[in-house]
Design a protein around this ligand. Structure first.
Ligand code: M6R
Length: 612
């Protein structure tokens, strides 16, 4: 959720913080703020409700705030409505300590009541201000910020990444983390903290990932890291292998469109190193053939679009592995007493690798003896580090809140893993294996071909953007793909939309179809094409307007019934969602564009959901 950044160096801090916040604004965008320390003015805090631009204009791009040490924040509200006072940084009563926070302090009420009894006055409704006040309380006792932070961390419960500055410390900022991401950036004569590498990549590619319970003291000369007992810790440095251009729009009007267009390359990056001489090679996983043979059940745990990848994979993996695959929403998993044991393989899918529900579900699965395999995009993220095995999707930084290239790379990576496991289990024939490998290798080129001409989709978007409710229907893989198409549309265009298994319509939902209702009929899963056609006829008979999606070989047949048809290249049935999802992403994009929506930052959402 929120994005935090901190800078300690020799340049003016405010413009650097604003630049970093702009790159992280996708993490939350209902208010923003910075705190800067200067020799002459002490701590200066500026914050405002609304987008970062409001703050930036207010402080003239940072020019108004002098000082070379500072922290910044862009917020996605949890405790307290989006407002000027609830915006971060929060300042202790004396004005000596400023703090930015990402996460939730669960026992904040009890601490707040205690501090109120001691006479502390609060100005906001947030849990974060409670930490700033508690910190001051302890600092007054021990006169040492590191020690005071250590005491606070022992008292609070919940999740956090903190950036803290204190007027008594002219060039040091303090950071701490638990269950919320925080990286350390090592520059030349300056050092950083940030929620995400994208915020600091312009200044340095050398980073380290903070671990739970660690505290860092950041100065222009270096970064000292300590464990929760304040014992020094050595951190391994990593070099980020992409540069700033990967996190910029590169001439596209929106990140989402850029990321849609990047999909063929992203898939190539995911696949190429993992296929050698026609065989799937997963060097990074340590699953032994003995372990795989004893798998009795597979769980896929994820949220949102990653969950939809799981839905597609369920159909494919059950065919490839002949093992039961259960796809569970991460937010439900923990609370359903899941039947996980040591023969359960638990696949955890997450673009960000920080989704709290997914992480909590993964921990629960491990606790019950399951073996976890994470499919993650963000290198060094919490889920990647905690899973027994991790496979990266290598999609590159994804900035738009609506995921596209991360979804596509997750999907294809799941196909590779399914094939790999099926081979170990002996449940995939030699010809089947070779055909799937060949099909996967052709996907980037087929996807590029369909991305070359988007005119039809733009036209359909201009024809249908005024609908206020849209149904996506399909069977089997088309149904799973429809879930993603529907989520994309509602997420960025705010049109109400539902994905339905076509066969289920007649059990109730068909009553919602009336003359003019737009139905997106998915008929790209060839084994059930005729049934898909029958469902088109069924909704047409009730007056629906039908936009259908099918494979090129069936375009003409589909056009006899549907009002408009989008065709994608033919591939193997199990790979068709990889091609079919692209026009659905583009349809959502162009509909949202027609409706004047804020495509990259849809209302109420954030890219990385680090609260439960
Ligand atoms: O980072 P994750 O893959 O764990 O995120 C899960 C969902 O929050 C995410 O897929 C969300 O549904 C997207 N905004 C959809 O476009």
């Amino acid at each position: 959720m929120c994005g935090i950044i901190g800078y300690s160096g020799r340049e003016q801090a405010a413009p650097i913080l604003l630049d970093g916040l702009e790159r992280m604004e996708y993490r939350g965008y209902d208010s923003a703020g910075v705190a800067i320390r200067s020799e002459t003015k002490g701590l200066q805090v500026k914050k405002s409700k609304g987008r970062l631009k409001v703050l930036s204009d207010m402080i003239h791009g940072g020019a108004d705030l002098e000082g070379t040490l500072g922290i910044g924040h862009t917020r996605w509200a949890t405790h307290g409505e989006p407002s000027d006072v609830n915006a971060h940084p929060h300042v202790s009563e004396s004005g000596n300590i400023a703090l930015v926070h990402n996460g939730i302090i669960e026992n904040y009420m009890e601490i707040k009541e205690h501090l109120i009894k001691l006479g502390v006055k609060f100005t906001s409704d947030t849990d974060s201000e409670v930490v700033a006040q508690l910190l001051e309380f302890h600092y007054r006792e021990c006169h040492n910020m590191l020690e005071a932070v250590g005491r606070v961390l022992r008292r609070i419960e919940g999740s956090y990444a903190f950036g803290i500055i204190c007027s008594d410390y002219p060039d040091a900022l303090i950071a701490a983390r638990k269950d919320s991401p925080l990286i350390l950036g090592y520059g030349k004569g300056c050092n950083f903290i940030a929620s995400d590498v994208t915020a600091v990549i312009k200044y340095t590619r050398e980073v380290a990932y903070m671990d739970d319970g660690e505290i860092a003291m950041v100065t222009p000369e270096g970064i000292d890291v300590f464990d929760s007992e304040l014992v020094p810790v050595e951190k391994a440095h990593r070099t980020v292998d992409w540069d700033v251009s990967a996190a910029e729009k590169g001439g596209y009007p929106h990140f989402m469109l850029k990321e849609i267009m990047e999909q063929p390359d992203a898939i190539r990056r995911t696949v190429s190193p993992r296929i050698r001489e026609g065989r799937v090679v997963l060097d990074d996983v340590k699953l032994t053939p003995e372990y795989v043979k004893n798998i009795s059940r597979i769980f896929v745990i994820a949220c949102g679009s990653s969950y939809h990848v799981g839905m597609v994979s369920k159909y494919n993996w059950e065919k490839l592995l002949r093992r039961p695959v259960e796809v569970v929403l991460a937010s439900e998993f923990r609370y359903c007493d899941p039947l996980v044991d040591e023969h359960s393989l638990v696949v955890v899918i997450s673009q960000s690798g920080e989704t709290l529900d997914t992480m909590a579900a993964m921990r629960e699965a491990k606790r019950r003896g399951g073996r976890t395999l994470a499919i993650v995009n963000v290198v060094g993220s919490s889920i990647a580090r905690e899973a027994d095995d991790v496979l990266y999707t290598w999609a590159g930084p994804e900035i738009a809140v609506a995921t596209t290239k991360a979804y596509s790379t997750q999907l294809v990576l799941m196909d590779l893993v399914g094939l790999y496991l099926g081979d170990l289990l002996g449940t995939v024939s030699a010809e089947g294996y070779a055909a799937i490998v060949e099909g996967i290798q052709r996907l980037p080129e087929q996807m590029s071909a369909s991305l070359k001409d988007t005119e039809d989709i733009k036209y359909f978007a201009s024809r249908y953007f005024n609908h206020d409710s849209i149904f996506f229907i399909g069977r089997n893989l088309d149904y799973a793909m429809g879930m993603e198409g529907s989520l994309k549309l509602k997420e960025i265009s705010y049109i109400h939309s539902e994905a339905y298994a076509s066969g289920e319509l007649k059990h109730g939902t068909i009553s919602l179809i009336e003359p003019g209702t737009l139905v997106v009929a998915l008929g790209s899963y060839m084994p059930l094409f005729d049934k898909a056609m029958s469902n088109v006829v069924e909704v047409k008979a009730r007056g629906a307007e039908v936009m259908a999606l099918t494979a090129a070989s069936r375009r003409e047949k589909m056009a006899k019934t549907a009002d408009s048809v989008i065709a994608v290249p033919d591939t193997l049935a199990m790979l068709q969602p990889s091609l079919g999802v692209v026009p659905l992403q583009l349809f959502a994009y162009y509909v949202a564009l027609q409706r004047g929506c804020d495509i990259d930052k849809p209302r109420n959402l954030a890219k990385s959901v680090t609260v439960e």
